[in-house]
Ligand binder design. Structure first.
Ligand SMILES: [Zn+2]
Length: 107
């Protein structure tokens, strides 16, 4: 038995300058991203969840949604639990905290 993935002829692809990919779609515009298939290494046991760009963007948007303002870098210096990533993680993924906010479309 084989599973076939349907391809859509008029598929609209993401054209974001810095797409944030979650699975196969860009979470900024919701469109598909033509990403090369990456057969990642088989991970037997996943360690502690690590923040991905998509996860960070989601966390920033969630924070902005609930607080009606973007998070500040100082606030995220010491993250509480797994609710959001540390400012360090944001900088590691986006270069700077502000660039992380920009990627999330907050600023
Ligand atoms: Zn996009």
């Amino acid at each position: 038995m084989e599973t076939q993935r349907e391809t859509h002829p008029n598929l609209q692809l993401c054209r974001c300058s810095s797409a944030v990919v979650d699975d196969e779609t860009c979470i900024l515009c919701g469109r598909y991203v033509a990403a090369p298939a990456e057969p990642g290494p088989a991970v037997a046991e996943a360690p502690a969840p690590r923040w991905t760009r998509a996860g960070i963007v989601r966390a920033i948007r969630a924070f902005a949604f609930f607080h009606d303002r973007p998070p500040s870098e100082a606030e995220w210096m010491a993250p509480t639990g797994a609710a959001w990533p540390s400012a360090h993680a944001v900088r590691r993924h986006f270069g700077s905290f502000d660039d992380g906010l920009a990627a999330a479309g907050i600023v």
